[in-house]
Design a protein around this ligand. Structure first.
Ligand code: PEP
Length: 258
């Protein structure tokens, strides 16, 4: 069993003092699970440095929700992977909100991935089909395109720094999570694609599920063999819910070991 990872995507929520207070609460609540589950929070960029400092030395790691493919220059409003290097552990790339609302293309996401790896950030690469693509039976085609474009030119050695997040767009923020069976099957297909690119190393790459994960469905999702954790949006904003998801994941690990 791969060590599961639970990542909380805070999106554009909390003021800086609220975010800091919340991160400290999570540090307190989640520390007990950290030997079993890898823990990542993705706060908004404006509070990332402060939260990273507050969590220094604690097993809850921080990541950025987005970054440019450039290192520096006249790119108003952007932050660069070079700015994150050395203190921020992870970078989320390719979230469907970035793809849809900010028109990020596969080619741009590939450049972001290359830039992130250049600065030794670990990457969570999100991909998944829209409802229309799902209903048209195009899921495999869409994911194949997203994955091969994002990974174009990426060295095999980088596989260890890569985590994928399969997020069917129709499940994000809708309360309509994919069934564990559907997610597991689709993620098995994704792992086959990874094997085509990375060979045996594909079996070490974690694939998270994302889309309306909550305390009630977390366990049945995490029990599936291809699901190596979760990218959590809405439920990551409430300490009790996020902690319950982490706890359910830790319990699955414990029963697998028993
Ligand atoms: C997300 O935004 O990545 C996400 C999975 O959101 P939610 O958990 O709210 O569906």
């Amino acid at each position: 069993m791969r060590r599961p990872l639970i990542a909380g995507n805070w999106k554009m929520h909390f003021t800086v003092p609220e975010g800091l207070e919340y991160a400290l609460r999570l540090r307190h609540d989640l520390e007990a699970f950290a030997t079993l589950v890898e823990l990542v929070i993705l706060p908004p960029a404006v509070m990332l440095w402060e939260i990273a400092n507050a969590l220094r030395g604690c097993p809850v790691e921080v990541g950025a929700q987005n970054a440019s493919w450039e290192d520096q220059g006249p790119f108003t409003g952007e932050i660069s992977p070079k700015m994150l290097a050395g203190w921020c552990h992870h970078l989320l790339i390719g979230h469907s909100e970035r793809r849809q609302l900010f028109n990020e293309t596969d080619e741009q996401l590939n450049r972001k991935l290359q830039a992130a790896f250049r600065h030794n950030l670990k990457v969570i690469l999100a991909l998944g089909e829209t409802l229309e693509e799902h209903d048209l039976g195009r899921t495999e085609e869409v994911i194949t395109r997203q994955l091969s474009a994002a990974l174009y030119g990426i060295d095999v050695k980088r596989a260890i720094d890569l985590t994928l997040a399969y997020e069917p767009v129709w499940a994000i923020g809708t309360g309509r999570a994919a069934t564990p069976e559907y997610a597991d099957e689709t993620m098995g297909m994704i792992r086959n694609l990874l094997a085509g690119k990375f060979g045996q190393l594909a079996s070490e790459i974690r694939i998270l599920y994302g889309g309306s994960v909550n305390p009630a469905n977390a366990r049945s999702l995490m029990e599936k063999p291809e699901i190596d954790g979760a990218l959590v949006g809405g439920a990551s904003l409430k300490a009790a819910d996020f902690t319950a998801i982490v706890q359910a994941t830790a319990e699955v690990v414990q029963s697998a070991r028993a």
